[in-house]
Write a protein that binds this ligand. Structure first.
Ligand code: GAF
Length: 392
């Protein structure tokens, strides 16, 4: 893979081989803990083995020339004094936003030729945007020999999404893409940033991702609206206890005793966040105790809460969910990521994987007219440099 990309890099940018560096950032799948990160709650994502490659050679003239094997017809060129969002630059706004944020941090950038290739399906809720963001931030900061750790880079990428792209995402995706480890899930408290890696011992079960093939488009979705609703609910609940600085700190008993102070919509949103947080804690204990069956039930309760209380699933994800939970050998399934389309993640016995795909495909097509795609989910490590592996 990387070797072919070297040839493609030379096609776009002829020149010296020794100056090219290669970086890779994964996508992520969230096992449970959805729409909790921006409410100061718990999340449990894993990094995937698929992700975004970046090949880069630095320049001295302040110019950036970006190419992507995924958007061959859409090169993006700009210079250091043109770091503004331009709608027509489309995918190029993500790296451009990162360059903007790095400059604001004082990273001495002088321009670069960059080639990207991603094998994460775009807009599928598997964090293709955090992946291109983290690979760019990591690679450019390394190239400039500017000391920033992966946690600082994760926050820098979040600022890019929030300020440059205009989507008020939380911190889960950037942490997973930057810091998760192969064969583990990253258990993260998004308030205190305490983290723990939890081993994924699935025995004869596989993690399976199913893509609705309904594109999600975070910026167009109701993501920012949900964030506002959570803020409003918190403001009202702070009238009971002003020490609560986020929804995740509200104990379920206090919520239940005071829920009539909230409108039905705000009540439902807050209930999702508070119960989802409790589910993550329980899910971590299940993984540690090798209790996959209860873990699977928690996944399904999470989907139901996202469907009924948070209202971020939609027809396609719900069709997959119902079809999948009915298949023998599937012990847990739910939507993953922001919702409004994108993917589900399921735990399926290895002997049932083929039957799962056939049955789910048939029912899904009947109900939505769309074809689903299935991926066996291999976990991977957070962002890394791969230059040496390629040169060997
Ligand atoms: C998207 C966001 F980027 C994350 O921060 C998170 O809120 C997620 O949706 C929902 O859990 O992936």
């Amino acid at each position: 893979m990387e070797q072919q990309l070297f040839d493609r890099f030379h096609h776009y940018f002829p020149g010296n081989n020794d100056d090219i560096r290669v970086y890779f950032a994964p996508g992520r799948v969230n096992l449970i803990g959805e729409h909790t990160d921006y409410n100061g709650g718990y999340v449990l994502p894993s990094a995937l083995s698929i992700g975004t490659y970046m090949l880069i050679r630095s320049r001295k003239d302040g110019a950036f020339r970006l190419r992507s094997e995924n958007f061959k017809e859409h090169p993006v060129d700009f210079s250091l004094n043109e770091l503004v969002y331009i709608k027509e630059d489309d995918w190029g706004n993500y790296p451009k936003g990162i360059i903007h944020e790095l400059m604001a941090e004082g990273v001495p950038l002088t321009g670069a030729d960059i080639l990207y290739y991603g094998n994460i399906p775009n807009g599928a809720g598997l964090s293709s945007s955090a992946s291109i963001g983290m690979v760019t931030a990591y690679g450019l900061s390394k190239l400039a020999k500017f000391p920033m750790d992966k946690q600082q880079l994760a926050f820098l990428c979040q600022r890019m999404e929030n300020h440059f792209i205009g989507v008020n995402t939380g911190i889960m995706d950037q942490f997973a893409v930057g810091l998760a480890e192969k064969n583990h899930a990253l258990f993260l408290n998004c308030d205190t940033l305490e983290k723990e890696k939890v081993a994924l011992n699935l025995g004869s079960y596989k993690l399976l991702i199913t893509n609705t093939n309904k594109r999600r488009g975070l910026a167009d979705s109701k993501y920012n609206e949900r964030l506002e609703e959570c803020r409003e609910a918190l403001k009202i609940l702070q009238g009971i206890n002003s020490k609560w600085t986020n929804l995740s700190q509200v104990p379920l008993s206090d919520f239940e005793a005071n829920q009539d102070k909230l409108t039905p919509i705000l009540r439902a949103r807050a209930r999702h966040v508070i119960t989802e947080n409790a589910r993550v804690l329980q899910a971590v204990r299940c993984l540690q105790a090798h209790d996959l069956s209860t873990f699977g039930k928690l996944m399904e309760a999470s989907h139901v809460s996202l469907r009924d209380d948070y209202e971020v699933t939609g027809k396609e994800l719900d069709a997959l969910f119902e079809a999948q939970r009915a298949v023998k050998g599937c012990i847990g399934t739910r939507m993953t990521g922001a919702g409004f389309g994108g993917c589900t993640v399921s735990i399926v016995h290895e002997k049932s994987v083929e039957a799962f795909k056939t049955t789910v495909q048939r029912i899904y097509k009947q109900q939505t007219g769309l074809e689903a795609d299935f991926y066996i989910c291999d976990t991977g490590d957070g962002v890394t440099e791969r230059t040496e592996e390629v040169r060997l």
